[in-house]
Design a protein around this ligand. Sequence first.
Ligand code: MN
Length: 333
Amino acid sequence: MSNLEQEPAEIDCCAGQSPSEIQILEPREVPLGGLRAMTVFRTLPQKQRSLIGAWCFLDHYGPDDVELTGGMNVARHPHTGLQTVSWLFSGNINHLDSAGFKATVRPGEVNLMTAGRGISHSEILTEGTSILHGAQLWTALPDSVRNMQPTFENYRPEPLRADGWSLAVFLGSHSVGTLSSTSPVKTHTELSGAELRLEPGVEIEITVPSHHEHGVLLDSGTVEVNGQPLKPRDLGFVRSGCTTLKIKAGNEPVLALIIGGEPLNEDILMWWNFVGRSHDEVMEFRAQWQAEIGAEPGDYSEERFGPFPPDTPAALPAPALPTVTLRPRVNPS
Ligand code: MN
């Protein structure tokens, strides 16, 4: 694993940190699927980095004119071993899952779905949505709880605000000077997530636990993170060992997401929508999903991904079996 140090030395990265100490993770464009496919910009996972804390997946999208792109119409599909975190800047998405939760995802509210041992859900934009803009992230559940029962939580944080900035902390805790905010949403490792807005020229200094890693995803504007510029859609990775994140806006207003957390220190295996620990386990998740939706034969005494209302559009079948043995993802040190 990348970092087995239990108590890394505290270093103020912001004082005299060389720019090379922040890793710029550039996005790749991925069509979301369907006839008129919306494009998402994926910065996690990628070759250079699999995880930031337990965050294992980051898709950023929009602002999309849904008349042109079709927006988001993701039919029922499965997940295991992870939490999905949805955060919107504009538009609304209807969420429906096999644990019985039905919710409308709205800007400024976090919707966190814990897949645990298995869940399936659909994500479809609402009829009134004209512009869709936001992010979907996943966190990997640690081994100790990854087979828990699925659940769902919604939370609307009251943003911290001061001169020229606002910070909406939707997961974990953040403090800026004497102001602080803590989300009540349950996580299973130490994690943080927040939306940051800065007016032009404003700088914010966020106090962070030194054992956490962080990522700053820039949506719009120009910004320097600990002195290094980011382009829109880039994810700037900040290693553990920092006690502050210094984020400074250029000449335009800034909208960004900040994610963080303690290193997971577990080797996880991600394939399609599943997080597991071994090739055989993930292929077993695939086989059960295919059996439950009637795409391939299989007989299971207990449903893992159901039930789902019968009148919903057809479920997404899993991709073909991989031709190679899947290996766990390990972060380069
Ligand atoms: Mn999903």
